[in-house]
Write a protein that binds this ligand. Structure first.
Ligand SMILES: Cc1ncc(C[n+]2csc(CCOP(=O)(O)OP(=O)(O)O)c2C)c(N)n1
Ligand SMILES: [Mg+2]
Length: 892
């Protein structure tokens, strides 16, 4: 850890240092901070030129960034705000304690909000502007574990009833309750952003701030001074996502973005950096990334002590302690602080000589002092040219005293004994007597009390309540039939991949009068892979500064065109960042009242497998839009090996309840799915999002065989019936994606060589079929007296004769999970296993999903049913050239 003030240089006299400091002071006074900074910069350059090797440090001293003389006046009624804050503290604590009295171990957190109360209250009373018709409002990401504080405030505001608070974490109780953390899925009128999976919110907030600029630069919303605030824990910053995109924020000069890191120096188990200083570490990371860093370390009580310290000894001493020592100091007696902190130097002791021990104990930290926090927030909102991070020092479990203040166990403290409750009540002046207080009742002063009046007036001045979520966009109106019709026709024998077909649709959508502007194509450095480079030129790549260079390929048709009003978000190699952009675009219908429609296309293996938690959060957030898993299919993506070839994503899409997952084979299927998706999400306002896999294997796209739209959307339809419906040997074959072609080839082999007449079904979505099946089962179970419902699969196959065989480029579990609703036993082929770096044909042989293995599986099923002789099987194995001793793909 770099520490700001180095130890005394050899032989240098104090007096000499003093002279330098004094001359700097006089420059500061006479010419101001800019000139002083210029002098220091020149001195540094001069020193470097003269061979002085100055160590690099992005750190400033362990002191407040904003000096007292630049601190603005606090504009509020500090005493009243303190009283309101105390009531919120009490109710937040009561919520958790009561919930755990009713149901042991229901959980909840007291100490996170206890440490952050001032950070939030200054925001609520003076900064966070609500969304209204006139102003888009600020966007606030609340630290998930601090949610009891947000509920407690909403209770005082009259937005949440006592009954709701009573049912914190017991949402299923009569009258409803409150969700543990911010979940828009569960509280869609309240929360906007789920933040509790740590690290997601800082990254999402950065891309949100960037997306706000994108909308402005594209003329889709007016430029405003709205801010994005993200409140994080200091422990949370260890998640790689937290700091992973901070250079994007500074590169894009996102001065509409403010991070507030609640530096209570503790995480769940213990100190964040017991042996170091998390604040200094974060400062250097953020300053190194060119953020505006504001440290709020010491409260106003320290100001006069600093003033007396003309030699800079106090700041030096502050920089010497590691966080483990600080954690101990803040919960120790005044005498201990005097001895162990100030006692290191008699001159320091002298500084605090006039102060009694009790005053030493009450020296507040910056994050608990509204005046310091206000100054930091004001500086942050006024700052221009870069994002700001506020590093605010606090105490975890502030105010809990013996019940947990600053203790390593505090994160999980959920129960207080009677003495501890009385102590807390007294400390924060809650008007409850000794008897009542141990019942931990919720407390709300009368509507006409000064507290409630003040709180309401402040929120009114800031435009209304926060957090609050509402859908502000108007539904789309057109049906877009004309847009998608051409893709129903097929490719006239021309071989194209479904990716190319999708890109064709995208190109057309971009030109559409209603939705063209709303489309947001998002790619993580993969546009060429998907054949999207033609879009570079036509709609441009978004760049907040336009294009400051002549692209090397400017003379080509498809040059790399960056533009301020560019429409494509080319995010570079960050699936997480791209997903965050997708979330911003896919929730703009609520955040901004704009129906932007994201199409995020990526290597399918790096989606659900890599950034599933972001997708889960997006689903919670009611994100709308399309995720396109490109180059998908374990055997369809040739040559790339096991870290690329995706046979997993459709299985990993299963758990996300509102993701509609499709594995289409043909262009018209994609057209039907996308058109219907736009209808459901943007006309009917459904909270669903789409996952569609597209492939890069070229083949002729057939025309749509009649009106199969309903089947495509519900998950399956008969694509090609058997030529000879009267044959004795019958089969039903199921295929998806590119593997459908293998199934179609098997259909031909079976018919021509083995006299088996097979119907071929395109299964577009096993997930849809599965959900329909379990819903039918459930309904029947709950309504035993009524006419039983049949799953769609059962209805489709009611009169379908013969054996059943499915082949997929994904795990066999997909077809297996719907087999119980089929009329007979199902044989499933799929791509379980690591696979190999190989070409398509070899991979399909290796995984046993090619037309030959589908043929064999069908014959084998007929053999098991006693419909064909063993000799037919033996001959088929020979004729098809199948090696029966080949390695098992699942385990090899
Ligand atoms: C991805 C993830 N991992 C682990 C957790 C469990 N967890 C919840 S709170 C917490 C500690 C939080 O510490 P910090 O970020 O410093 O916040 P504080 O409560 O101290 O303000 C942990 C580990 C989580 N919520 N998300
Ligand atoms: Mg912490």
């Amino acid at each position: 850890m770099d520490n700001e003030i180095s130890t005394q240089p050899h032989g240098m006299e104090d007096v000499e240092i003093q002279e330098w400091l004094e001359s700097l002071d006089s420059v500061l006074e006479s010419s101001g901070p800019e000139v002083a900074a210029e002098i220091l910069e020149r001195l540094r350059a001069h020193a470097t030129v003269n061979g002085i090797d100055l160590p690099f440090s992005a750190n400033t001293p362990y002191a407040n960034t904003i000096p007292v003389r630049l601190q603005p006046l606090f504009p509020g009624d500090q005493e009243l705000e303190r009283r309101i804050k105390s009531l919120i503290r009490w109710n937040a604590l009561a919520m958790v304690v009561r919930a755990n009295r009713v149901e042991h171990n229901i959980g909840g957190h007291i100490s996170t909000y206890a440490s952050a109360a001032t950070l939030y209250e200054v925001g609520f009373n003076h900064f966070f502007r609500a969304r209204s018709d006139e102003f888009e409002g600020d966007t606030v990401y609340f630290q998930g574990h601090a949610s009891p504080g947000m509920y407690a405030r909403a209770f005082l505001e009259g937005r949440l009833s006592g009954q709701k608070l009573e049912n914190f974490r017991r949402e299923l109780k009569p009258g409803g309750g409150l969700s543990s953390y911010p979940h828009p899925w569960l509280m869609p009128d309240f929360w906007e952003f789920p933040t509790v999976s740590m690290g997601l919110s800082p990254l999402t907030a950065i891309y949100q701030a960037r997306f706000n600029r994108y909308l402005e630069d594209r003329g889709m919303k007016p430029a405003t001074d709205a801010k994005v605030w993200a409140f994080l824990g200091d422990g949370e910053t260890d998640e790689p996502e937290s700091l992973g995109a901070i250079t994007l924020a500074s590169r894009e000069k996102l001065d509409n973005l403010i991070f507030v890191v609640n530096c209570n120096l503790q995480r769940l188990d213990g100190p964040v950096r017991g042996n170091g200083q998390i604040i200094q570490e974060l400062e250097s990371a953020f300053r190194g990334a060119r953020w505006n860093v504001i440290k709020v370390l010491w409260g106003s009580e320290w100001d006069p002590i600093f003033e007396r310290d003309t030699e800079g000894l106090l700041v030096k001493r502050m920089g010497e302690l590691v966080d483990g020592e600080y954690q101990k100091l803040v919960v120790s007696s005044g005498a201990y602080v005097r001895e162990h902190f100030f006692g290191s130097d008699p001159r320091l002791l002298q500084l605090v000589e006039p102060l009694p021990d009790e005053a030493l104990r009450r020296l507040r930290l910056g994050g608990h002092d509204p005046r310091k926090v206000y100054a930091a927030y004001k500086a942050a909102v006024d700052h221009k040219g870069s994002p700001t991070v506020i590093l605010a020092r606090t105490i975890k479990g502030y105010g809990l005293g013996e019940a947990g203040e600053g203790k390593n166990v505090t994160h999980q403290q959920k129960k207080l004994n009677e003495d501890e409750l009385r102590e807390f009540r007294s400390r924060f002046g809650i008007p409850l007597n000794d008897v009542d207080c141990v019942e931990v009742p919720f407390y709300r002063p009368a509507e006409d009390s000064v507290e409630i009046q003040y709180l309401r007036a402040r929120r009114e001045a800031l435009g209304g309540y926060v957090p609050k979520r509402s859908v502000r966009s108007k539904p789309l109106v057109a049906d877009h039939d004309d847009l998608f019709k051409e893709f129903h026709e097929g490719s006239d024998g021309r071989e194209v991949s479904t990716t190319m077909a999708f890109v064709g649709m995208l190109r057309k959508m971009l030109k559409d009068t209603e939705i063209g502007k709303l489309i947001v194509p998002i790619v993580p450095d993969e546009a060429r892979t998907f054949g999207m480079e033609s879009l570079f030129r036509t709609v441009g790549i978004y760049s907040s500064v336009g294009q400051r260079y002549e692209p090397v390929d400017v003379n080509t048709l498809l040059y790399y065109k960056e533009a301020k009003d560019g429409q494509i978000l080319e995010e570079g190699i960050t699936e997480a960042g791209s997903m965050a952009s997708c979330i911003a675009a896919g929730t703009a219908y609520a955040t901004h009242g704009i129906n932007t429609i994201p199409f995020f296309i990526y290597y399918s293996m790096f989606g659900f497998q890599r950034i599933a938690d972001f997708i889960w959060a997006a689903a919670d957030m009611r994100m709308r839009g399309f995720l396109l898993g490109g180059t998908s299919g374990r055997t369809t993506l040739a040559g790339e090996g096991l870290q690329h070839q995706d046979g997993n994503s459709h299985v990993l899409a299963l758990p996300v309840p509102n993701v509609k997952a499709y594995d289409p084979a043909f262009a018209y299927e994609i057209a039907v799915i996308i058109q219907d998706g736009i209808r459901r999400m943007y006309k009917d306002g459904e909270s669903v999002l789409y996952y569609i896999t597209v492939m890069n294997e070229p083949y002729a796209m057939p025309p749509m065989p009649g009106d199969v739209k309903d089947g495509i959307l519900r998950g399956m339809y008969r694509f090609r019936p058997a030529a000879n419906g009267k044959a004795k040997l019958r089969a039903q074959l199921f295929g998806s994606g590119a593997i459908l072609n293998e199934v179609l080839r098997a259909q031909e082999i079976l018919e021509s060589k083995y006299g088996v007449a097979a119907d071929v079904w395109s299964v577009t979505s096993y997930k849809e079929l599965y959900n329909d099946g379990i819903e039918s089962e459930r309904w029947n179970r709950l309504h035993p007296g009524e006419k039983a419902r049949a799953p769609y699969v059962t209805i489709c196959l009611a009169d379908a004769p013969g054996v059943l065989v499915a082949a997929s480029d994904y795990l066999k579990t997909l077809p297996n999970m719907i087999s119980k609703w089929m009329p007979r036993r199902l044989a499933s082929l799929g791509t379980d296993g690591f696979g190999r770096s190989e070409g398509r044909a070899s991979l399909r042989e290796f995984f046993e999903v090619d037309s030959r293995f589908i043929t064999l599986a069908t014959l084998h099923e007929l053999f098991v049913d006693g419909k064909v002789e063993r000799s037919v099987l033996d001959k088929a194995i020979k004729d098809l050239g199948i090696n029966t001793d080949k390695p098992n793909p699942v385990t090899s």
